[in-house]
Design a protein around this ligand. Structure first.
Ligand SMILES: Cc1ncc(COP(=O)(O)O)c(C=O)c1O
Length: 466
C-alpha cells in the first residue's frame, strides 16, 4: 500500500467495495471499470437460490455462483459436515496415504460413473482435472508402447481451464494469446452449435452431428493417428452458450476414438452433479468415455474439490513394478472437501435432486422459450438446468452483433442491467453474444417465471437502446 487509507470502517476503507478495488485482484476482470465510477459488487449472504449484497439488495442467483451451488445457498448440513471434519482431521495428503473421506468419495464417484471408470484422482478444481487427464493420456501411451501419442483434440470456443495445458485445450483465442507459447499439441475442431451450423445442415440436427463428429476423425487423420492421445468434449458445451450434443454425436465420437485408439475425455466440470439431471451428464447420453473430469457441483461449493475419473484400462500399467503417475496436488482429496462432497451427495439422494431436474427441465425450457417472442432473442438452447439465450440483431437472417455493438450491449448494458434488476447470471461474448443460466437445482416453476420476467424486462430494454 503506497498511500495511507482512511480508517472509516473496520477494513480501513469507506466500504468493502473500495477495499476490493485497492487490494483484490478479481479473476477475468477489467479493473478499469472500478476506477471509472463502477462499484465492486460485494456479495455477503445466500439462502436457497437467492444472494444479498452488502447494501442489502437481494438477487436471484441464476448461475449458481459459477455453475457450482447445485443445492442452493445456506445449507447448514453442509457447513456442519465441513466443521465436523475440520475438528476430526483437518488435513492429510493422499500422497501414498489415505483418509476415510477420500476413500469413500472415490468409491462413490466410481459407482456413479459409467462403465469401468473406477479410478479417482482428486484435484482442487476443474482446470487441474483437465491438466491431469492430459498428463495421464500422455504417460499412459508412453507406458503402453505408443510413445508418440500426445496431442489433444477439442472444440472451438470450448473452455477447459487456465493451467497452461488446459489453456492449450481451450478453444477461445483471446484467452490464450497473452500466454503463448502454450503447451504444443492442442488441435481444434468445430463445436455443436446447431443454430450456427453450416447452411446445408440447418434443418437436420442428426446430419449436423455426424458432420461435426467426423471433423474429429478428419483432424486425427491430418495430425497423424500416432500423434493423437485424446479428444476432450463437454457433454453440453458451456462456452458459446450451452451447445447440447446432436443425436448420435457422442456415439460417433466414441466410435472414432475407438477406431484410432484415442482416449475420449468427457469434461464434466459443469455438467456433472445434477446440472443435466444425472450425476454425470454422459450417463444421460448413454456413452462411456475413458476419462471424466469434474469439480464444481461435487460439493455444491461448500468446499473446493475436483476429480479425474479414469477407466480400469488406464490404471492397469500403474499397478506394476516401479511405475507411478508422478503428479499430484497438496489440496487434492482434501478431507474437508471430501466430507462436504459426501454430505452433498447424500442430500442429492435424499431429496431426489436428479429426478427433480428431469421432472422440471421441460418446464424450464418452455418458460425460457417464451422469450423467443422478443426481437433480440435468436435461440434458446441447452439441457437440464443449463441454458443459453443467443441474442441477435436480425432474427430472420440470424445476423449477430459486430464487436462494438457486442461490447456496448453486453458490457455496457446487459450485465449491469440484469444485476440491477435482481438477476445474477452471465452475459457472454466468447462466441456470439449469449445470456447464460444455470440456476440452483432446487428451483421450480415459480422461480422459472421469476427468471423469465426479469430477462424479459431487461432484454426488451436492450433492444430499445440498440
Ligand atoms: C468445462 C470446464 N472445464 C474446466 C474448467 C476449469 O475449472 P476450474 O475453474 O475449477 O479450474 C471449467 C470452468 O468453468 C469448465 O467449465
Amino acid at each position: 500500500m503506497t498511500t495511507t487509507p482512511q480508517f472509516v470502517t473496520e477494513t480501513g476503507y469507506d466500504s468493502l467495495a473500495e477495499a476490493a478495488r485497492e487490494h483484490l485482484w478479481m479473476h477475468f476482470t477489467r479493473h478499469s471499470v472500478y476506477y471509472s465510477g463502477g462499484h465492486v459488487p460485494v456479495i455477503v449472504k445466500g439462502e436457497g437460490p437467492y444472494i444479498w449484497d452488502d447494501q442489502g439488495n437481494k438477487y436471484f442467483d441464476g448461475l449458481s455462483g459459477l455453475f457450482v451451488v447445485q443445492l442452493g445457498h445456506g445449507r447448514k448440513e453442509l457447513a456442519a459436515a465441513a466443521a465436523k471434519q475440520a475438528e476430526e482431521l483437518a488435513f492429510f495428503p493422499i500422497w501414498s496415504y489415505a483418509h476415510p473421506g477420500a476413500i469413500q468419495l472415490a468409491e462413490r464417484l466410481a459407482n456413479y460413473a459409467p462403465g469401468d471408470l473406477n479410478r479417482v484422482f482428486f484435484t482442487s478444481g476443474g482446470g487441474e482435472a483437465v491438466e491431469t487427464a492430459w498428463k495421464l493420456a500422455k504417460q499412459y501411451f508412453k507406458m503402453t508402447g505408443k510413445p508418440t501419442k500426445h496431442k489433444v483434440i477439442s472444440r472451438s470456443i470450448a473452455y477447459h481451464g487456465t493451467p497452461q495445458g488446459a489453456l492449450s485445450i481451450t478453444g477461445i483465442p483471446p484467452a490464450k494469446v497473452p500466454f503463448e507459447p502454450l503447451v504444443p499439441g492442442g488441435v481444434k475442431v468445430p463445436n455443436t452449435n446447431f443454430y450456427r451450423a453450416p447452411e446445408e445442415y440447418r434443418t437436420d440436427e442428426k446430419a449436423f452431428g455426424l458432420w461435426a463428429a467426423n471433423r474429429i476423425a478428419e483432424a486425427i487423420e491430418f495430425e497423424g493417428p500416432d500423434s493423437v492421445a485424446a479428444v476432450f468434449v463437454e457433454p453440453v458445451q458451456n462456452s458459446g452458450g450451452c451447445f447440447p450434443p446432436p443425436p448420435g454425436y457422442l456415439d460417433r465420437v466414441r466410435e472414432i476414438c475407438d477406431e484410432y485408439d484415442v482416449l475420449m475425455v468427457a469434461d464434466e466440470t459443469i455438467t456433472a452433479f445434477g446440472r443435466i439431471g444425472d450425476m454425470f451428464a454422459i450417463n444421460r447420453f448413454g456413452v462411456t468415455p475413458d476419462i471424466i473430469t469434474c469439480a464444481k457441483g461435487m460439493t455444491s461449493g461448500y468446499s473446493p474439490m475436483g476429480a479425474m475419473i479414469a477407466s480400469d484400462r488406464l490404471f492397469e500399467p500403474f499397478k506394476t513394478g516401479t511405475n507411478a503417475f508422478l503428479h499430484g496436488y497438496t489440496w487434492g482429496g482434501h478431507p474437508v472437501g471430501a466430507a462436504v462432497a459426501l454430505a452433498n451427495l447424500d442430500i442429492f439422494e435424499r431429496e431426489g435432486i436428479n429426478a427433480h431436474v428431469q421432472d422440471n427441465e421441460d418446464n424450464f425450457r418452455r418458460t425460457l422459450e417464451r422469450l423467443l417472442d422478443l426481437p433480440i432473442v435468436g435461440d434458446v438452447r441447452g439441457a437440464g438446468y443449463f441454458y443459453g439465450i443467443e441474442l441477435v440483431k436480425d432474427k430472420q437472417t440470424r445476423e449477430t452483433f459486430d464487436e462494438d455493438e457486442a461490447e456496448r450491449l453486453l458490457r455496457g448494458f446487459l450485465s449491469k442491467a440484469l444485476f440491477d434488476n435482481g438477476l445474477y447470471c452471465r452475459a457472454d461474448d466468447r462466441g456470439d453474444p449469449v445470456v447464460q443460466l444455470a440456476p440452483p437445482l432446487i428451483i421450480g416453476q415459480p422461480e422459472f417465471d421469476e427468471i423469465e420476467g426479469k430477462l424479459r424486462t431487461v432484454l426488451t430494454e436492450a433492444w430499445s437502446i440498440l
